[in-house]
Design a binder for this molecule. Structure first.
Ligand code: GLN
Length: 161
């Protein structure tokens, strides 16, 4: 396996299922060993070393030296779409859908910030990061029909970015 996508969903449930099915430790070890992973939304939470607003027993796979804040834009009804300038992606801004999305509160020195919100609630919040072979976005790029975030991940997997 060259790369893995951890999708959106519900990070507390994904965490529980990873543990129940015995995938948590092998996956954590693979990430620590350099596996390329793209995490969107709940996937970003799973990749974060630290969570604000996690469930009591919530664990993460970790690997990304970030502090992520769950549900930072509010509840499901507060979901929104906006356009983002993303480092590494040329052309028009990237359309991004935020669904009960997290934001990144803090990044460690090795983490590159790829995008921040430019408008909407709390403009300037970090919503896309990359560190080595790990890429994470607060938003869902897969439902807007723009494949450039996924292409960026393929470039990371092929060591072209
Ligand atoms: N709020 C969810 C969580 O904490 C993530 C939502 C999503 O992936 N769209 O896991």
């Amino acid at each position: 396996m060259d790369g893995l996508v951890l999708p959106g969903g519900e990070s507390t449930t994904i965490d529980k299922l990873l543990r129940i099915f015995g995938l948590f430790t092998p996956l954590k070890d693979a990430i620590a060993g350099g596996l390329a992973v793209y995490g969107s939304c709940a996937g970003m939470i799973l990749l974060a070393d630290r969570i604000v607003g996690g469930a009591l027993d919530q664990q993460t796979l970790g690997g990304l030296d970030i502090t992520v804040r769950r549900n930072a834009f509010g509840r499901q009804v507060d979901s929104f779409e906006t356009d983002l300038e993303v480092t590494g992606i040329s052309g028009p801004p990237v359309p991004a859908a935020f669904i009960r999305a997290p934001v990144v509160d803090e990044v460690g020195p090795q983490v590159q910030v790829l995008a921040r919100t430019s408008s909407g609630p709390g403009a300037g919040r970090i919503v896309a990061v990359r560190s080595g072979a790990l890429l994470a976005t607060s938003f869902h790029p897969e439902i807007t029909g723009d494949v450039r975030i996924h292409q960026l991940f393929v470039r990371i997997v092929s060591k072209e970015f």
